[in-house]
Design a binder for this molecule. Structure first.
Ligand code: LLP
Length: 437
């Protein structure tokens, strides 16, 4: 039976007095030193995840490149880790590229995504030397062509295809359907039209095709269905317009466990099946084997991150519900409110005593929907207790806001018993930085 501890970074332990220890650091000490809410990233888990992704995909497909989808969360320290581990970066705004660039991330390993890239962003991307622009639509194709032409450049691109495959995930994070704002639909002929245009342009070097189906995808099948559509299209385009498919990206979407009851296929299954399907289709269609580019975001950082909160007010409504208020909430984790995402939590500062009870962990934001976990069984809690929520590394800080003029939490990186602040807690000055009065 998997336990909640398995959801935390690798090697997490509970010490004698019941203190949760992450990356060799006692979370009670981390809370004292840095305050709460605190986000903790375990460097060893991050690096291990990089190595297993690269290892698994290269084991099945020699020429495989792993990009970190930085929308899951980016800061300089993380960019440095991913750069050192040899990953590339999927960025969806010039802002993400700017952060990576300031950390010395190699720009040639950056793939620039987005369904409405601004002209200024494309100009910056080219000036900074990003490796690939993943073109999403025909408008962008024209824009990019003119930006590249203005700079006397030939920009390497992938075209993002919308294959029309349902990944069976939350409606808000489904992207591969025909009815989606992302990508060039295959069935309508728009993908073909854009590809013909791009191939005819002296300013664009079409290296291949990309699709992303959704996030998270808890089964392998949707990837295979999409490859089954996209590769025959590529073969047709090779014959008709002389496309040379040098790169193929099935995007990201690889899941992580948020609760101990979650059953997920192992990474090796995704890597093996995707690589095998790519190989089979290419050989059947007479295509050379392209580089396989995958873009995991959540899977790279999800488990490495932990959210640490302090308990404050407790409201017990007899016969109705017990609300336990934490010092964070929807400002640092919008996912339960936005997607109904389910999490687990543990008490991090002491051994469990007393009969567990079902409570609702809520935040401190001025919304009734500011619930982090509804109906979770925990030992009796009191003000000052520490609550740790695992699988907190992806799409929490990245989607954090200053709602209620709250301050975004501090972020610490733990490495073999050492902790350092990689992002300080915001201050009131930060809140008013752009306020001109
Ligand atoms: N590539 C593309 C083109 C994407 O749009 C995404 C995610 C990824 C890669 C990375 O997907 P991942 O490996 O992280 O599943 N905020 C939502 C997730 C939105 C994902 C958007 N695109 C959440 O909190 O669940």
């Amino acid at each position: 039976m998997p336990s909640a501890l398995d959801l935390f970074p690798a090697g997490s332990q509970v010490h004698g007095q019941g203190h949760l220890v992450i990356g060799g650091c006692d979370t009670v000490e981390l809370a004292q030193r840095f305050g709460t809410p605190l986000y903790i990233f375990d460097e060893a888990t991050l690096r291990e995840q990089c190595r297993s992704f690269i290892g698994e995909f290269q084991r099945h497909h020699q020429d495989a490149q792993v990009l970190y989808a930085s929308k899951a969360f980016i800061c300089k320290a993380l960019a440095r880790v991913f750069g050192e581990e040899g990953l590339g970066l999927d960025a969806v705004s010039a802002g993400e590229v700017a952060i990576a660039r300031s950390a010395g991330f190699p720009m040639e390993r950056v793939y620039f995504h987005g369904n409405n890239k601004l002209r200024e962003e494309l100009e910056l991307a080219l000036d900074w030397g990003v490796g690939r622009v993943v073109v999403d639509n025909e408008h962008e194709l024209g824009l990019l062509e003119s930006v590249a032409q203005g700079r006397g450049r030939r920009q390497a691109i992938l075209l993002r295809i919308s294959p029309g495959v349902d990944p069976h995930t939350h409606q808000y994070t489904t992207t591969g359907l025909v009815d989606s704002k992302f990508g060039l639909p295959l069935v309508t002929g728009q993908a073909e039209r854009a590809l013909a245009h791009a191939l005819a342009s002296p300013h664009l070097d079409v290296l291949g095709l990309h699709f992303h189906l959704g996030s998270p995808i808890t089964e392998v099948k949707p990837y295979l269905e999409a490859l089954e559509r996209v590769l025959p299209f590529a073969a047709g385009m090779t014959e008709k317009y002389g496309l040379s498919l040098r790169e193929l990206s099935p995007g990201g979407g690889f899941p992580v466990a948020y609760t101990s009851s979650t059953q997920l296929p192992p990474l090796s299954e995704y890597a093996g099946a995707i690589a095998a399907a790519l190989g089979e289709h290419c050989s059947r269609l007479g295509l050379g084997l392209p580089r396989l580019v995958v873009e995991p975001g959540r899977a790279m950082v999800g488990r490495a991150g932990v959210a640490l909160y302090s308990v404050g007010a407790i409201k017990d409504i007899p016969g109705v519900r017990k609300y336990v208020s934490l010092d964070g909430g929807m400002g640092d984790n919008i996912r339960p409110a936005l997607y109904g995402s389910r999490y687990e939590a543990v008490v991090a500062n002491r051994r469990a005593e007393g009969q567990p009870e079902v409570v609702t962990l809520c935040g401190r934001f001025c919304e009734s929907g500011d619930i982090l976990i509804k109906d979770v069984s925990l030992p009796p809690l009191k003000a000052g207790d520490l609550i740790a929520m695992p699988a907190a590394g992806a799409y929490q800080l990245a989607m954090a806001s200053n709602y209620n003029a709250s301050l975004r939490p501090a972020v610490a990186m733990v490495t073999a018993g050492e902790a350092r602040l990689i992002r300080r807690r915001e201050t009131f000055e930060d809140l008013m930085n752009c306020d001109l009065g």
